[in-house]
Design a protein around this ligand. Structure first.
Ligand code: AMP
Length: 562
């Protein structure tokens, strides 16, 4: 089974294709969304998702989040004293999703189509692929997030040529993509964005308003108080769109501080952020050579597009209502699942040509005559340039450089350097040419590159028509099986928790956190609940555990207000 995965900065989702269309697979807690948060404790136990996020306020040094931003970099995340790269943390998220999908579907999941931001360069795409491999998933195809959104909206099925703007405001990143559906080809025309703008910034605005009103200074709050404030501000942000005003409260040095914030105050305070949104929209339109009025449809993805202030701003900017029929959190995963079905060649979906951009240059080595009779070898000749829309096919004609030259060697290279030696070698091929004075014989070198990272190299001798072909697969330098096995072994001390206990663990963590945040009677009540629940866990009676868990959960739901 191939699934579609949206590996997001804040949240991740997995979906599969059914006869009724794509569907999100709920995780072990029965929820569609798994926070992209990982925690590793002192004993090497791994927690993923909500449980990991819940550990943030109790054990901040054991938790990592928003690591997608560092995909493909050397940055180390230290969790309980152990080091991890972003791709390894992502692998833990992917592994949890894979397990959830397998238990839900009752069959093995071996492969995934994973979505990546359109601006992700080759290094970050490779890292994403490696994350998949470390999680035991084959990742042959990646889909760019805006394309996945467009596919989920069924835009590929339209017959009329249409221009779309996909507006993606996630937790920490903002992307605008312009796509064009033209003669059944869906093409990404331009992408622009801001890597440092997202829903989190809107949470910070809420935080600042609270601090101002409650007359508090962020630097005077303890680390745990700051985490609590962040959580309460986040909640307030998510509810303010439906209300006139929200109240935020914070237990701070044994005293509860409270402040009321109105929608108008919040919207005014967000003004600077909204101005920042304008720039990438303008840039993407300019790059695509379009005006605001040329856009036929606006699609919203990313959790932060739920914000009332953002929607109001967009309606004002485009003078048009965005299409919001799909849940903005789920759109990308649904699109990835459709792409997975296309890959499986499922009959229900017709294969459409999805394009992407090639994030690096593909070329060959040549000898350059820089002055009459003077040659320099080892130079790089680009054939398919970076940012070319793929699938793409380009041909370059190359001439013999010596008299009576008998053969020409075509080295296939990837990279941006003017010099061949600095670029990545992918393979080579030799072809015979008839003897002739230099420059009289020539070959046509054609590179055809598709969205599955397959590069076909065709060399044709112009005078004779003799043709030779070669296919280079996955020049994204997959880790070898040995390398993967080695790293998996190194990570083997990590103990993935049995799925069944997840709910119990989550409830206990929430209760412990609330215990720390409470005083007096509430604290005592919580203590009684926790003690009874822990005793039931020790006894191991399933019915009793479930009953007490539900009781404790109800109590937490009632009390966990801000
Ligand atoms: P994503 O990275 O797409 O999962 O988006 C996560 C961001 O969306 C976070 O900053 C959330 O606070 C934000 N978000 C989620 N739900 C809402 C909501 N109902 N209203 C406002 N923001 C939301």
């Amino acid at each position: 089974m191939i699934v579609g995965i949206d590996l997001g900065t804040t949240n991740s989702l997995v979906a599969y294709f059914t006869e009724e269309g794509p569907k999100i697979i709920p995780n072990r807690l029965g929820k569609n969304i798994t926070p992209s948060v990982v925690s590793v404790d002192e004993e090497g136990n791994v927690y993923v998702g909500e449980t990991a996020r819940e550990r943030m306020s109790l054990y901040p040094d054991s938790v990592a989040m928003t690591f997608k931003r560092s995909m493909g970099t050397d940055r180390d995340y230290v969790l309980s004293g152990k080091k991890f790269k972003a791709e390894e943390l992502s692998a833990m998220v992917l592994r949890a999703l894979k397990e959830d999908a397998e238990s839900y579907l009752g069959e093995e999941v071996t492969e995934a189509v994973i979505s990546v931001p359109a601006y992700f360069d080759d290094k970050r795409r490779k890292a994403t692929k490696r994350a998949g491999e470390l999680a035991g998933l084959k990742v042959e195809r990646m889909i760019s997030e805006p394309t996945a959104a467009a596919v989920a909206y069924g835009l590929y099925d339209k017959t009329k040529d249409t221009r779309f703007l996909v507006f993606d405001l996630g937790g920490g990143t903002f992307d605008v993509s312009i796509l064009e559906l033209y003669h059944n080809i869906l093409e990404v025309r331009a992408v622009a964005g801001d890597n440092y703008l997202g829903g989190e910034d809107f949470t910070q605005v809420m935080e600042k308003l609270f601090l101002q009103k409650a007359k508090l200074q962020l630097q005077n709050l303890s680390e745990k108080e700051q985490v609590r404030l962040r959580r309460n501000a986040e909640k307030a942000k998510c509810t303010i769109s439906e209300k006139e005003k929200v109240t935020i409260s914070l237990l701070c040095k044994e005293e509860t501080k409270e402040a009321e914030i109105t929608y108008k105050e919040y919207a005014d305070a967000c003004e600077d952020l909204l101005m920042k949104i304008r720039e990438p929209v303008k840039k993407s339109l300019a790059d695509a050579g379009l005006k605001l009025g040329d856009i036929d449809e606006i699609l919203l993805i990313g959790g932060a597009t739920r914000l009332g202030v953002v929607r109001d701003f967009l309606i004002h900017l485009f003078r048009k209502f965005p299409d919001t029929t799909l849940n903005p959190d789920e759109t990308v995963a649904l699109g990835a699942a459709i792409q997975a079905a296309m890959k499986e060649r499922r009959e229900e979906v017709k294969e459409v040509i999805l394009t992407d951009v090639c994030s690096f240059t593909l070329g060959t080595e040549v000898v350059v005559e820089y002055e009459e009779g003077k040659f320099e070898d080892g130079r790089f000749c680009p054939i398919i340039e970076r940012n070319t829309v793929i699938p793409a096919s380009h041909t370059e004609r190359l001439y013999t450089v010596r008299d009576n030259q008998e053969k020409v060697r075509v080295r296939v290279l990837q990279g941006e350097s003017r010099f061949a030696k600095n670029n990545l070698y992918l393979g080579e091929m030799e072809i015979k040419v008839p003897k002739a004075p230099k420059g009289q014989e020539s070959i046509d070198v054609t590179y055809t590159y598709d969205i599955n990272s397959l590069l076909e190299v065709e060399v044709k001798v112009v005078s004779t028509g003799v043709t030779q072909k070669m296919i280079i697969k996955g020049q994204d330098n997959q880790m070898t099986d040995e390398e993967i096995a080695k790293r998996m072994e190194e990570l083997a001390y990590l103990k993935i928790q049995p799925r069944d206990y997840e709910e119990n663990r989550l409830v206990l963590l929430r209760a412990e956190r609330m215990y720390e945040e409470s005083l007096g009677e509430r604290r005592q009540k919580l203590d009684r609940y926790i003690t009874a629940f822990e005793a039931a866990l020790k006894r191991g009676e399933h019915d009793e555990i479930r009953e007490l868990r539900e009781e404790l959960n109800d109590f937490l739901e009632e009390e966990d207000e801000y």
